[in-house]
Structure formats: structure tokens, C-alpha cells
Ligand binder design. Sequence first.
Ligand SMILES: Cc1ncc(COP(=O)(O)O)c(C=O)c1O
Length: 390
Amino acid sequence: MISYGRQSIDQSDIDAVVEVLKGDWLTQGPAVETFENDLKSYFGVKHCCAVSNGTAALHLTGLALGWHPGDVIITTPITFLATANCIVYVGATPDFVDIDPISYTIDPNQVEDKVRSYKSKGKTVKAVIGVDFAGHPCDWKELRQIADKYDLQLVNDNCHAMGASYFDDKQYAVKYADVVTQSYHPVKNITTGEGGAILTNDPEIDEKVRRLRTHGVTKDPHLLEVNEGPWYYEMHELGFNYRITDLQCALGINQLKKLNLFVQERCEIAKRYDESFYGIDILTIPKTKSSINHANHLYPLQINFEKLSLTKAEFFEKMKQMGINLQVHYIPVHIQPFYHKNYGFKQGDFPVSESFYYRVVSLPIYPDLNYDELQFVISETKQVLDMIEV
Ligand SMILES: Cc1ncc(COP(=O)(O)O)c(C=O)c1O
């Protein structure tokens, strides 16, 4: 079965993990720090804290930024649930802003409108979480300007865009956002199995997420109320076990060396899809704004099912019968029953996101997808949609 995404593992990855298995540290050892240092150099950031997954990274970000009940945090409906859930975890209030129809990322103009509308009611927005959806960076220059103008915290949920460039800069994420979160789930551009990280130039945020990663415990002599000996630690705040293991970090260290190559391979696949589907009126291929080098984590193809005698569910089923497992990214978060019941969001609130959802399918894209498989996906897509060239 060809899946929409999967990991790329070679012998060097296996060797790196086996090396750690033979050593002294399966967790809390030196591979964690090495991985964090490698991430710091690749992404050009002062601090990096690797954690157990991208959701934990978002949760700790909300805590470290001091989000509390009553605070409003804005994000996009077109994202994985975790981006919005982290707002709920800390008791703050989630709200959404629709996407830009070209980049499918949060629309900065509507962010400003929403912030102003809260202001006019005497309420303030505390933070905005932008998501570099599918590997296309948000309009970070605009978002930064709005954040500075209205004193907002800016978070980049960067899980899809590792290896992308913004104005020719692969290290863009931490230059605009106060905190950047990543995930290394197997379908992402690099993997550690499960894993994630919080990247920031702010030392206080880094210290806080590090403490919270390990139960809220500190051994820092400056923070201890007393010091009873070398074994001594204190807990001043409630934390978690959100640690990543050395096995995972060994894999991450090796994968990061291949990130540029992985992204290049993804771009070649995306280019082939673009060429094959360009100019077909029922299809909309993903677009890339001129300031961007896309990381092509996903290939979101929009299909105008209204013009076809086939539903999206039937298309999925037919492709599955041919051995191709598609996905949809994403069901807009605001129409999830939880967000409807608890916050009153409903169909129609964010029309661009909703119409994107009705049409979008994610085609397979990952470095190990070979030429024959790619050609097969293209020809089956055309055939099932009944567009085969004669
Ligand atoms: C945009 C986005 N945010 C957050 C997450 C959560 O990451 P994880 O699955 O590592 O918890 C994901 C992963 O699917 C994601 O795609």
C-alpha cells in the first residue's frame, strides 16, 4: 500500500540507534544534548529543548508563555488538533482566523481584524499561533508587525516546514516567532519515531520548558530554598515527564543531516505532480508565494467534486482499491464536536477553510516514493477522476 506519507530510514539511521543501545544511556544521556545542539545550529537559534512529541512542545509553550484562563489565543482552523488543543490544556480560550486562499496559512489581515474586534470589546488577544501548513511558511513579516503593534506573543507551529526557506532563509522561524515548535512524527520531514522540540531565543522560556519537561523539578542552587546535598532537588511548579529518549535523539541526529536532501526529493515529487495536474480545470494545485521555498511536507490537491459524478469518499475508496492510501489535511478544527460544544463554533464560521476542506486530498509525498510509484499515483488519480489523456 502506498501511503500519503512515511519515514525514510537507511542503514546509517539503524547504526546510529544500535550504537546508543550498546551504550550506557537509553534516556537522559548525551544524545539528547547533541540533538538539541544540532537543531540549534540548523535552525539558527540560541535555545532548544527536545521533548517527547510535538503536542508536548505546544503544551509546554503555552505554559511557558503564561497562558491562563481568560486569555484569548488565535490560530488557524486548517491544522492538526494539537495546535488548538494546547490552548485548551492551559485553560485559555481558543479562537480562529480563516486561511489565505493561496498559501492555506492564517490570513494576517483577518488576524488584525480579529485583534481589533476583541479590543473594541475591551478584551485582549494574548498570542497567535501560525502554522506553516504543508510546508509553506506563513506570512511571518506581516504577523510579526501585527504582534509588535498589538503586543501579542507569536508562536510558529513549524511541524510541516522544517527545511523550508522564507526570503532565502532556512533559519527564518525563530527570527519572527517568539517560540517555534516542531514534531518528528514518522510522516514529518525528519523523524525520531515520536518526538518534538521547542526552539526559542529567550533564555527564560527555555529554562521554564526544561523544568516542566521533567516534573517541574530544579537542582539550580539559585532556585533552591535549601540545599541538603548533591542528591537534593526541589519542585516549585507542576511539571510532566515529556522527555525524549537517547534512542530517539540518535535517530534525529542522523535524520537532520539528511533534511536538505529529503526536502529536495519532496520538491521533485511536488514538481512532477504540478506538471501532471496543471491546467486541468477541476483541479487546483498548491501554490507557492514568491518569497518561499516550500518544504513540501504535504501535497494538498484540491478537487472540485461538485463538477464530478464522484464523491470524495468514493474517490478515496477507489484509490484505496488500487493500493493508494490518501489522507485529508485537515478537517477544520472549529467544526470538531468538542469545539462546537464548548466554544460555539459552527459550520460557516470560516468559509475559506471549509471550502478548502471539502475539496482537498493529500497525495503521497515522501523521499522513498520511487518514480514508478509516483507515475502510478498520477495515472490512477487521473483515471479515477476520468481524465485520462487520449
Ligand atoms: C501542525 C501540527 N502541529 C502539531 C502536531 C503534533 O505533533 P505530534 O504528533 O508529534 O504530537 C502535528 C503532528 O501531526 C502537526 O502536524
